[in-house]
Design a protein around this ligand. Structure first.
Ligand SMILES: [Zn+2]
Length: 473
């Protein structure tokens, strides 16, 4: 009965795009803005399914995505980003010209994204189907093999280094229920998939992957290649609340063995510090060189960056930043851990902008690793009587895990726990405003965001180079 009713409602919805949009949260979405004679508006993704086909015979990687999405209280042209160039589009079953799905500049040109030039009603739900090829950089073919890896970065200057490289994607504020169907054809060579979704192999080089519904654009991990290329080791980590399946893989048995030992130690350390691990599984791709990058319960990392990246399973992909203006929180915390959790007292210093940029910015400020980590160490001193920041972050994780947060969420949490007003600290050291009162001393400067001289050196894992990504793909 329920299924029938649901199918009936959906058929009504997708015949024209119906009013259906209750429950979506737009509070951390980028704002709408005028465009031509219309308005560009954020949307909420409801469900996303993508069929990926890798044909070794023709050396072509193609995808077909089905996305349902809802507009909020504003109607207009929806933001649905995608870097590949579509070959066909339908909206609610009707063909749309690919020219009506252009890439445009965000206000102040901090990034670009695609918008669908269809004026859609506020609070309406729609289904869009998009076919497109994958880039020959992201999917490669040699002999009887296909390789694909959805590697991402949160540091690219203009953003657009998350899931939009591989499928329709929203800003990080939005969590979406996603599934993939994957097939490799034109070869009899057996292939293998590593992912942070739940993977069901159907045999004959076909798989279905179901991702957790709290995932956002920076969470998905997918890596496929011919079987036997990697040495994988699987073990069960007996966590505080549940048994967690861990997969460690790399190109050599010694590297994999080191990854197993190291991951056991770090997971034990992190549970002791921040509480029970929140994701369903752990996937670790250990690379012989390079830095690291985090996903939802998965990472591609060098051994030296493994501790840092696993910390991001708690802060970054556990408590999740909702935009480039919130990425400083998790990088500050992970870098503070890397530094050995130093404690400092607040002393007046130059203002720094970590999270006061354009709301369309997607990448994280580089100052997070140093001056952000310093701020956490200063809060650790300020809140020593409450047990310091490790205690507070454990509570913050318990309250906000698997949700997207912003600087205001973090500030309100600290203020509530401490009973202190933190306006001056956040204005000066997070939003880069340059008038501040610390204690009873007022520091007044010009109202410009200052340029910091003598930035401290960062020990943050560096992003992988293009050459490394090609080699490790
Ligand atoms: Zn990091």
């Amino acid at each position: 009965m329920r299924r029938f009713w649901f199918a009936f409602v959906l058929s009504l919805v997708f015949s024209s795009g119906q009013l259906y949009g209750q429950g979506a949260d737009f509070s951390k979405a980028p704002p709408s803005f005028p465009y031509q004679i219309n308005k560009v508006v954020p949307v909420d993704f409801e469900t996303l399914h993508i069929d990926y086909s890798f044909d070794v015979a023709t050396k072509r990687a193609t995808a077909r995505a089905e996305l349902t999405f809802t507009l909020g209280s504003e109607g207009g042209f929806p933001i649905i980003d995608l870097i590949p160039v579509p070959t066909s589009i339908t909206l609610n079953g009707s063909q749309v010209s690919t020219a009506d799905y252009p890439v445009i500049d965000s206000p102040t040109q901090v990034t670009k994204f695609r918008v669908l030039k269809k004026n859609l009603l506020a609070n309406s739900t729609h289904k869009i189907e998009i076919s497109y090829p994958l880039s020959s950089v992201d999917a490669t073919f040699s002999g009887t093999n296909a390789r694909a890896a959805f590697f991402m970065s949160d540091l690219a200057a203009s953003g657009r280094e998350f899931f939009e490289k591989f499928g329709p994607a929203n800003y990080e504020f939005d969590q979406v229920k996603a599934t993939f169907s994957v097939s490799v054809t034109g070869t009899t060579t057996e292939h293998e998939v590593f992912t942070n979704g739940s993977l069901v192999g159907s045999g004959g080089n076909t798989w279905r992957i179901e991702f957790p519904d709290y995932f956002n654009t920076s969470a998905f991990f997918f890596h496929m290649s011919e079987k036997g290329r990697f040495v994988a080791s699987r073990y069960t980590f007996r966590g505080m609340q549940k048994e967690i399946p861990v997969t460690v893989y790399s190109s050599s048995s010694t590297l994999t063995a080191s990854g197993v030992t190291s991951s056991r130690n770090v997971l034990t350390e992190l549970e002791a510090t921040y509480g029970a691990y929140a994701h369903d599984s752990v996937t670790i791709y250990v690379t012989p060189s390079g830095g690291g990058m985090e996903y939802g319960g998965a990472t591609m990392t060098s051994l030296s960056a493994l501790g840092h990246e696993l910390t991001h399973f708690y802060f970054a992909r556990g408590v999740m930043p909702s935009s480039g203006n919130s990425g400083w929180i998790d990088e500050s915390i992970a870098s503070w851990r890397d530094d050995g959790y130093p404690r400092r007292t607040f002393t007046p210093r130059t203002p720094v902008n970590l999270g006061g940029f354009s709301p369309y910015k997607r990448n994280t400020s580089n100052d997070s690793y140093t001056l952000g980590a310093r701020l956490i160490s200063e809060f650790d001193g300020m809140f020593a009587a409450l047990g310091g920041m490790k205690t507070l972050l454990k509570e913050f994780f318990a309250e906000h895990k698997l949700t997207t947060i912003d600087a205001q969420t973090f500030k309100s949490f600290l203020e509530e726990k401490s009973g202190r007003n933190l306006n001056s600290e956040f204005d000066r050291y997070v939003f880069g405003k340059s008038v501040v009162v610390i204690g009873d001393i007022e520091f007044a400067e010009n109202n410009q965001i200052s340029v910091i001289k003598d930035r401290p050196a960062s020990s943050h894992p560096r992003p992988y180079t293009a050459e490394e990504l090609a080699e490790f793909r």
